[in-house]
Design a protein around this ligand. Sequence first.
Ligand code: C2O
Ligand code: CU
Ligand code: CU
Length: 470
Amino acid sequence: MRRTNSRFSAILACAALLACSEPSHGDADIAPAVLLDLDPSPDALLVELVASPAQVEILEGKPAQVWAFRDGADPESTGSVPGPLLEARVGDEVTVRFRNELPEETTIHWHGLRVPNAADGTPAAQTPVPPGGDFEYAFTVEDEGLFWYHPHMRGDVQIERGLYAPLVVHGDVEPDVAADRILVLDDVKIEADGRLSERIDPLDLMVGRQGNVQLVNGRRLPQVATASGARERWRLVNVANGRYFNLELPGHTFLVIGWDGGPLTEPYETETLLLAPGERYDVLVEIAGASGDTVALRNIYYDRGHELADSGPVDLMLLSVDGVSRSFDALPTSWGEVEPLQIDASTVRRQFVLAEDDSGVEPIFMINDEQFPDVTPLEVQAGDVEIWEVENGVEMDHPFHLHGMSFQVLDATGTVPARLGWKDTVNIPRDTTVRFAVRYEGVGRWMFHCHILEHAERGMMGELVVSGGR
Ligand code: C2O
Ligand code: CU
Ligand code: CU
């Protein structure tokens, strides 16, 4: 590749090849801004959220026109990518006054939260919010964990343009840590002049749009300060349209303490952490470097199929180790409480087969041979526990997401949970069947779909209708 703009070549090289060690931002505070709470009551939250065109700089000094959320209650707030953090505690009643200043209709979906159907933000559950219109979302947060919010219309376009933000729900007990970081992982395709690229190539439609720059909290290779021996908590979410993040922090392990829907009953340790689009992981990291070291969090190759080439590790975030940390309280001896869902040989099993058809001009995607929106809704009863068997016969992975309720992923025998924890998005590796147990909860019309947004928007989406209990 030949380009005269050396900065862009350097970025492309960083993105496509190996680690680049020059951070784009200094030792900045990368934490997202928090939405202002207008309700004085301690158990209620009232926030104002606006979606509008905005300008951000992904490459320094080169503005990009994006679509972004901002805090409508804060006159200083400008649209940011990611949008402002909604921060709550378990049991809080949340009201979101939303205003759409985009040139097209939209909605907001609260990914992973068990909300009433009317607040789920899909066109199955509400009338889309027209340009200039508003809508009020109301729900009570029931589970602790990291969630995220995003539009549920033309997701491949609206989310890619910058409309996504984290939402954290705190529980009563939290481990003693030096830093509690929310890390939102994304990638973006940008042109040499810093603008969002309008080019969509056939590979984007096939595997989900993958950008040339990888971002943590909207920044390219941010640098954060830490100390030797520090215990940090990282709450990670992958909001990319199609990119998988396979994280590694050389010389360290991740202690996984929670998943999408809250804490695990038993943490486990891992050297690499794979996040498919839509998934969240809650981990503890103990900084092993000595004062003066720099440690890089990186994204390493994961074979997600379709013969995507290994472009080598990409540095995502730098940790500069400065000084020695204080010591920490012992880790809690008990974590989450998760009752295993009761299943046995008589539990109803539902089959879902993921498929793609590449024979046309553009690929199309299906579940059980149906392409959304021409689908037969699955009708079930609230309170029932069933097992979903999701079979991926396609030669690439698909992250499968269910709205409105979380599930327990079963082990290879399909009879007991692999680990006790709640998921709402699970990667289905190619040529594999993944089974999970779910108890149907909220009454209403819920979506389930692949979270590779190009796949969801081109048919890999279905509808679940939950009726009142027997
Ligand atoms: Cu992240 Cu249908 O959702
Ligand atoms: Cu969702
Ligand atoms: Cu998919």
